[in-house]
Design a protein around this ligand. Structure first.
Ligand code: CP
Ligand code: NVA
Length: 308
């Protein structure tokens, strides 16, 4: 049974297959074609944290493929202790073809994957956001073609989004630089794991965003305080003040630099209004691609699991 708990679950060839499928489905959608690739299939989404893009992109995506989506908050699903995670997993697995989970704990997603008997997708945990990173590389490829050797510069917290982007860069042979204040870099454990997995990956960490931006093909940022870190908002706003993406930072990069943000954005904090709306910003194309990628991913997983 195949899952997507993190991008470590996939081989590079499989990442390529998913991206290819997502691109094909995007072309079909844009042509106004609706093919019932997932007729009769059911996905159950269980989210412990809020979501606009992820929830709606999976729901819209499965509808376009003629499948059905059911949404439950974590509490409604019983993740607050109403019954065990193992029991919830087995029950949901009896109804669903895919369970899509947004949680705090990565371990919870892995436990559900072990017990559900159907595909499980990580729709964001404190550790990883693999669907976002697959979308990000799909979007960069749309603009730049082959991204081998391209310089992706992530300015901000070394969080779930940064980690998944780093693994995606490992798969696609792009270089990644993380520019973050001391104390907010990717952990040594993670760096060791990703470097072990992708020995050729050029991963650099620095606390100098201006220097990092030089030669950047992509500048990427995310919120300074992620969901669950609300109490640290003010402390982080002070610590990250020099790490804002603004027009000057974009100007320091390559002429055709792309600006990306997974959204939601806090305009005026990690990114200025000006940078969000700059002609170099591709944030809404990136957001739309969440749905095309979600479709490609669901279809790929269903096909894989039919074989097993
Ligand atoms: N980028 C992203 O995952 O957005 P949501 O939190 O709105 O799903
Ligand atoms: N790092 C952010 C991403 C939101 C899509 C968070 O976890 O809240």
């Amino acid at each position: 049974m195949r899952h997507l708990t993190s991008l470590f679950d996939l081989t590079t060839a499989e990442v390529d297959e998913i991206l290819k499928l997502a691109n094909q489905l995007k072309i079909e959608t844009k042509a106004g074609t609706r093919i019932a690739h997932c007729a009769g299939r059911v996905v159950v989404q269980v989210f412990e944290k809020p979501s606009l893009r992820t929830r709606v992109s999976f729901e819209a995506g499965i509808s376009q493929l003629s499948g059905t989506s059911i949404f439950l908050s974590g509490k409604e699903a019983g993740l607050d202790g109403r019954e065990t995670i193992e029991d919830i997993s087995r029950v949901l697995g009896g109804y669903a073809d895919i369970i899509i989970l947004r949680t705090f704990s990565q371990q919870l997603i892995e436990t559900v994957a072990q017990h559900a008997g159907c595909a499980v997708i990580n729709a964001l945990s404190d550790d990883y956001h693999p669907c976002q990173a697959l979308t990000d590389v799909m979007t960069i490829q749309e603009h730049l073609g082959d991204i081998t050797g391209k310089n992706i510069v992530y300015v901000g917290d070394g969080n779930n989004v940064a980690k998944s982007l780093a693994i995606a860069c490992g798969h696609l042979k792009a270089n990644i630089t993380i520019a973050a204040p001391d104390g907010y870099w990717l952990s040594d454990d993670f760096v060791n794991r990703v470097q072990k997995e992708f020995s050729a990956l050029q991963l650099t960490q620095t606390n100098n965003p201006q220097e990092a931006a030089t030669n950047a093909d992509v500048i990427y940022t995310d919120v300074w305080a992620s969901m669950g870190q609300e109490a640290e908002k003010e402390k982080r706003a002070a610590e990250f003040a020099d790490f804002q993406v603004n027009r000057e930072l974009l100007d320091a990069a390559n002429d055709d630099v792309l600006f990306m943000h997974c959204l939601p954005a806090r305009r005026g904090l990690e990114v200025t209004e000006e940078a969000m709306d700059d002609s170099r910003s591709i944030i809404f194309n990136q957001a739309e691609n969440r749905m095309h990628l979600a479709k490609g991913l669901m279809l790929w997983l269903l096909r894989q699991n039919e074989k097993s």
